[in-house]
Design a binder for this molecule. Structure first.
Ligand code: CU
Length: 649
């Protein structure tokens, strides 16, 4: 048989080309179907029970338009509601308009409500008090001004009063101060300068000048008003001896970037009335302070930027609960960067994990260690790998608190740096010489990672970005991380969790809810997707259901007391006593800038009887500070009950 003639080369090429075009068309017309097909498959996969049992499940929380806010702070109140605070929400127009926001979310009723917000609590510090009120102190007095936007030289002026007579002097906003060469500066605020104090030293009388600081702006625009050296200034409108006794002093007046300025207002947020209740002001203005719990239930405010945007040079202060006022703590002078991660240890010391939100010196005060509040001694805790990358990291007291282990996750180099780390490390505070040892690496380098203690002795880690504020990282313009993972201290390893669908970087939060789910919100990218224009604040909220919520019936906590003494036993009815294995007290979180020094999980001694369990609360105040906790009973499959609120006294 004659072989079939082979087609010519030209003919083969032509049919090949036609084939490619047809194939291309087929792919093109089917493109949406292909895409839809993979979405549908993804949807199908993540909604299968077997998948949820292994990885958990994320869901978007529908938020009515009028309750969408820039979530900067979040705290779980003992009423079960989530307090979401924006203040001005890092939005300059809202700040200038005096529009400050707070909303409450009730996960039980799935309802939102608005709370009047008296001042700009944006970037305040907070912690729970023993009675369940949330102490909120500090905030924003002024927004930053970038160098390119500064037209007039400006700086801090100290006005001194050497006259012991005539009382304090009040200088209204706009008061003019002039240098010897005639350059003039105007005060930005009213300022009251105390009178001098005359003191007898032996037979000599010494005068200690009164002084107050105020911000001044040059009267004339441009560089001519820059002063790069300390100088004295005359205050306009003074006559007679006052001209000699009252004067201004300034180190320098520049056109450098002006940082955000701190505020000194302080509130107790009352979960019962759902209102901010003003307390005495702080001694210092603070932007980005950490409010750390002291063993006696009082609170220490640490670090922050002052009203002029300067890092506080170690001036800390304490809140006297009984009097609802703040007093300076000169004996506890110690420098920390802003929002330091300070965890209360069982022995009453505060452990500084190294986690912080930056500002100030890039070396001073950044070393992790144990801070003894009885004598201001600081014991360095060495061994942290990537020790320069603690900024924008997060840290937790691992569950259970009795283990006294603190873990640090990720973080970046100082400032607007593109460098970040996958490093985790764990410090055992009970060791004879506590030191950090490396933990398992995160899947990706991460800043702003949210870390949430779960009742089954694990830690959910979610969100974060590899780049600064979600921005450029290794050739990509955006670097939000969608992967989540659960750290299991018992095995010292991460387990993959389902992926979230919303990127969360700077100004994002996550909290454990009483029903065992985790709510995540916020994110404040510096740039948009293209990496050119300013980013938009993320107002969507997600809720993560961990695998334990898909593993069958949950243990039930029945009748029991609402309060329990430290060191005492309490009995709770439960039909599931036979399968309950552990009991935990979870202290509710209060988080901002991925700093949450409140959350902790305390193991309770457990005895089982028919129809109930008896639990014993540990004695140490440093282990179980007074306050409201969620009691979880956890069964043999690691499934927790819903949290029952009890107050530990
Ligand atoms: Cu901030």
């Amino acid at each position: 048989m004659k072989p079939r003639p082979r087609p010519s080369t030209a003919r083969r090429l032509l049919s090949g080309a036609i084939g490619l075009v047809v194939l291309g068309l087929l792919v093109f017309v089917n493109r949406p179907v292909v895409a839809f097909g993979s979405d549908a498959l993804h949807d199908f996969t993540i909604n299968r029970l077997s998948y949820k049992q292994k990885y958990g499940h994320w869901a978007r929380l529908p938020v009515p338009l009028k309750f969408r806010v820039n979530a900067i702070h979040a705290a779980l109140l003992h009423t079960g509601k989530v307090l979401i605070i924006a203040g001005s929400g890092n939005n300059r127009e809202d700040f200038e308009a005096g529009t400050f926001r707070t909303v409450l979310y009730d996960p039980g009723q799935d309802r939102f409500s608005e709370v009047p917000t008296p001042t700009d609590v944006f970037c305040a510090g907070h912690t729970f008090l023993p009675d369940g009120n949330l102490l909120i102190a500090g905030g924003t007095k002024s927004y930053e001004v970038l160098e390119k936007d500064i037209t007039h030289a400006a700086g801090v002026m100290k006005i001194k009063n050497e006259s012991p007579t005539g009382g304090p002097r009040v200088f209204p906003r706009g008061t003019r101060l002039t240098a010897k060469d005639g350059r003039a500066y105007l005060t930005r605020d009213d300022v009251t300068v105390p009178a001098a104090i005359a003191m007898k030293h032996g037979d000599q009388v010494m005068t200690h000048a009164g002084a107050a600081e105020v911000w001044v702006d040059a009267e004339a625009a441009g560089d001519a008003s820059i002063v790069d050296h300390p100088a004295q200034y005359a205050v306009a409108g003074l006559t007679g001896l006052d001209q000699r006794n009252i004067y201004g002093l300034s180190d320098k007046i520049t056109r450098e970037k002006q940082e955000y300025g701190g505020d000194r207002t302080s509130y107790e947020f009352d979960p019962r009335t759902e209102r901010y209740v003003r307390t005495g002001d702080m001694v210092r203005s603070r932007w980005y302070p950490t409010l750390a719990e002291m063993p006696n239930g009082d609170v220490l405010a640490v670090s922050g930027l002052d009203e002029f945007g300067r890092i506080l040079p170690g001036d800390n202060e304490s809140y006297v609960r009984a009097k609802k006022r703040w007093v300076a703590a000169p004996k506890l002078k110690r420098v920390f960067p802003t929002y330091p991660g300070l965890h209360l240890a069982a022995d009453g010391r505060l452990f500084f994990s190294g986690s912080n939100s930056g500002y100030g010196s890039d070396t001073e005060g950044r070393t992790p260690g144990l801070w003894d509040l009885t004598n201001n001694k600081f014991q360095v805790v060495p061994g942290l790998p990537d020790a320069r990358m603690t900024e924008t990291s997060s840290s937790v007291l691992l569950p259970p608190a009795q283990d006294q282990k603190v873990m640090i996750f990720g973080g970046g180099e100082v400032g607007e740096s593109p460098v970040s780390t996958r490093r985790t490390a764990i410090a055992d505070l009970d060791a004879a010489k506590p030191a950090y040892v490396p933990g398992p690496d995160l899947p990706h380098p991460a800043r702003y990672l949210s870390t949430v203690l779960l009742p089954d002795d694990t830690v959910l880690t979610t969100g974060g970005s590899s780049g600064y504020r979600g921005g450029a990282y290794r050739g990509q313009t955006r670097s939000d991380l969608f992967n989540a993972q659960i750290y299991r201290p018992a095995g010292d390893r991460f387990e993959t969790a389902a992926e979230s669908t919303v990127g969360r970087n700077y100004h994002s939060e996550a909290l454990l809810l009483p029903d065992g789910r985790v709510i995540t919100m916020g994110s404040d990218p510096l740039y948009d997707r293209a990496g050119r224009d300013p980013g938009t604040f993320e107002q969507r909220i997600e809720v993560y259901s961990p695998p334990y919520l898909f593993k069958g019936a949950r243990p039930v906590v029945g009748a029991g007391p609402g309060t329990v003494q430290r060191g005492a036993k309490a009995e709770f009815a439960t039909p599931d006593a036979g399968r309950v294995r552990t009991a935990r007290l979870l202290r509710p979180g209060a988080v901002t800038h991925v700093t949450d020094v409140d959350q902790r999980s305390v193991a309770l001694d457990l005895t089982r009887s028919a129809g109930g369990v008896a639990v014993t609360v540990p004695k140490a105040k440093g282990l179980v500070p007074s306050g409201w906790y969620m009691l979880f009973l956890i069964d043999d499959k690691g499934v927790p009950s819903t949290g029952r609120w009890i107050q530990v006294r």
